[in-house]
Design a protein around this ligand. Structure first.
Ligand SMILES: C[S@@+](CC[C@H](N)C(=O)[O-])C[C@H]1O[C@@H](n2cnc3c(N)ncnc32)[C@H](O)[C@@H]1O
Length: 279
């Protein structure tokens, strides 16, 4: 089943959190000259037009990137905003970079991207977005299958972003299985896993399985724009980061009070940064 289209959600509060964390991880990897790989298992289209019919129908970006655009934002948001500004050179907010485009804009000439996307409409858009970029390899295949085929990367440094659509409840078990298999192949990579807060039980399941897996160094970052509720759709989102850069915990504790306040939509908004497993 491939009904999910990220074009309806691009630039919302969850994308702000996901891509901010992604950008901070990439900036940390750039601290060394040695090349690294960025692997995106569920890439989407790469670029979204915020004036498209899909984006305008939900207008989710209004309460996401739209609330930050033009504000004097904390320095920790600058890598993320630098990428968003780069595809909006006129200064008007028209386009939003999905995770692969965000990475493409932040990576250096010596770094590499491995991108997978299955959707028959989004895959050609992604290919077109990276046309001529020799750093990028783009596959129309299952994201977890490609992880099995590509890990460990030749560089032995880098980050894997796992951002499934979670259309089916079974995708939470697929996620944990995919992580466990990837870690067996490449234990030292950074893995950044996005999840929505819709039904708390699904997150509890992932947490339980990860805690029982024996995988070490797992940081969980969550931002809720309102209190948990089964009636309001997605009330927040989180990033589970395995082998995070050493400063990420401190950076998120510094940034999230400001960001949560700016993106809050109702009572019960909050954030948390906690270790599911220590190093
Ligand atoms: C949440 S969206 C990705 C958004 C993107 N990571 C971003 O932040 O801009 C999830 C994407 O996964 C794709 N997808 C679904 N199942 C997949 C699979 N088994 N392998 C690879 N991609 C898949 C969907 O078509 C969709 O574009």
């Amino acid at each position: 089943m491939l009904s999910y289209r990220h074009s309806f959600h691009a630039g919302n509060h969850a994308d702000v959190l996901k891509h901010t964390v992604q950008a901070l991880i990439i900036e940390a990897l750039k601290g060394k000259d040695k090349p690294f790989v960025y692997h995106d298992s569920h890439s989407g289209a790469g670029r979204y037009d915020l004036q498209s019919e899909h984006a305008e129908k939900t207008a989710e970006c209004v309460d996401g990137i739209g609330r930050l655009w033009g504000l004097d934002c904390p320095q920790l948001l600058h890598p993320y905003l630098k990428a968003v500004k780069a595809i909006n050179p006129t200064g008007d907010l028209r386009y939003y970079p999905g995770s692969p485009k965000m990475a493409g804009l932040l990576l250096r000439a010596q770094d590499r991207l491995v991108l997978t996307e299955l959707h028959p409409t989004d895959f050609p858009l992604l290919k077109q977005e990276f046309g001529g970029d020799r750093r990028a390899k783009i596959y129309k295949t299952d994201g977890y299958q490609q992880l099995r085929a590509s890990l460990p990367p030749q560089e032995r440094r880098g980050v894997v972003l796992i951002d499934p659509p979670y259309e089916l409840k079974t995708e939470y078990a697929d996620l944990v299985n995919g992580i466990e298999q990837s870690i067996k192949r490449w234990a030292t990579g950074t893995y950044a896993i996005w999840y929505p807060v819709v039904f708390r039980e699904n997150i509890d399941f992932v947490e339980r399985r990860l805690k029982a897996s024996g995988i070490k160094s797992i940081l969980k970052i969550e931002m809720n724009v309102m209190g948990d509720s089964n009636a309001h759709g997605m009330t927040g989102s989180g990033m589970i980061v395995i082998n995070p850069p050493w400063k990420l915990e401190q950076q998120m504790n510094e940034l999230l009070p400001w960001l949560t306040e700016k993106l809050a939509q109702g009572p019960g908004s909050r954030f948390s940064v906690e270790w599911l497993a220590a190093e």
